[in-house]
Design a protein around this ligand. Structure first.
Ligand SMILES: [Zn+2]
Length: 206
C-alpha cells in the first residue's frame, strides 16, 4: 500500500459524498481516515460537514493521533489509531451515524454484541461466503472519554482479528477495510442491515 496524502484526501472526500448521499453523515457527524505509506494517518478535521469536504478539511496525524499540522483532528482520532494498530491490513476507516443504529442499540440497551443472521448482504464482510451465517458486531456504550473507549475497543477486538466493524450505542458505527471502497461497503451493508432489522421490529410490534 503506497497511499499518498493527495490520493487519501481524494478518497476521503469521495467517501464523504457517498455516505452523505445515503444519509449516513448528518450535520457534522462522522469521521474518516486513511493510513498513509509512511505510517501517518490522513483524517478529517473536527467539525467539517462530511458531504462538503474539501482538501483543507483533511489533515495528517501520526500513528498515535498527534497532529502533524496546525489543525484540530476529529475528537475520535484515538479510535482510528487503535484500529490501525489492531488491524495491520486496514488502510481506511469510516464512521457513520444513522437513525436505525441509534434506535436499535438503545432498544437493546444491555447487549454487548449485535447479532445479524441470514442476510445475503453479510457476504460483504471479509471471509463470509454465505448468507447462512451469524455475524456478531461488538457494541460499546457511548462516552466522551476516548481513552477509556479506546481501551475497551482494544480489549474486545484483540481476540477478533477478522472483525471489520463495531458500534457505539446511541451514536454510530465504525467500519474498516484494506481500501476505502472495502470500508465503504462494510459501512453501507451494515447500515442497510440495521434498517432491515428496524423495519422488522416495527412489523413485529404491530
Ligand atoms: Zn461519532
Amino acid at each position: 500500500m503506497t497511499t499518498t496524502f493527495e490520493s487519501a484526501a481524494k478518497n476521503i472526500i469521495g467517501a464523504g459524498n457517498r455516505l452523505d448521499t445515503l444519509g449516513l453523515a448528518p450535520a457534522t457527524a462522522g469521521n474518516y481516515s486513511m493510513r498513509l505509506a509512511d505510517g501517518s494517518i490522513a483524517i478529517t478535521v473536527s467539525g467539517a460537514h462530511k458531504g462538503l469536504l474539501e482538501k483543507k478539511d483533511i489533515m495528517r496525524v501520526d500513528a498515535s493521533g498527534q497532529p502533524l499540522e496546525d489543525k484540530k483532528p476529529s475528537a475520535e482520532t484515538l479510535l482510528h489509531t487503535v484500529l490501525y494498530e489492531q488491524y495491520p491490513e486496514a488502510n481506511a476507516i469510516l464512521h457513520s451515524h444513522s437513525v436505525p443504529l441509534v434506535v436499535l442499540t438503545n432498544y437493546h440497551s444491555r447487549e454487548k454484541f449485535y447479532h445479524l443472521e441470514g442476510y445475503e448482504l453479510l457476504k460483504v464482510f471479509p471471509g463470509i461466503k454465505t448468507h447462512d451465517v451469524r455475524v456478531s458486531v461488538p457494541v460499546f456504550d457511548n462516552t466522551q472519554d476516548m481513552e477509556d473507549l479506546g481501551e475497551q475497543v482494544r480489549a474486545v477486538l484483540k481476540d477478533r482479528p477478522a472483525s471489520s466493524a463495531f458500534m457505539i450505542r446511541a451514536h454510530g458505527l465504525y467500519g474498516w477495510g484494506r481500501t476505502m471502497n472495502e470500508a465503504a461497503q462494510v459501512v453501507e451493508a451494515l447500515e442497510v442491515l440495521l434498517s432491515c432489522e428496524l423495519e422488522t421490529l416495527k412489523l413485529k410490534k404491530r
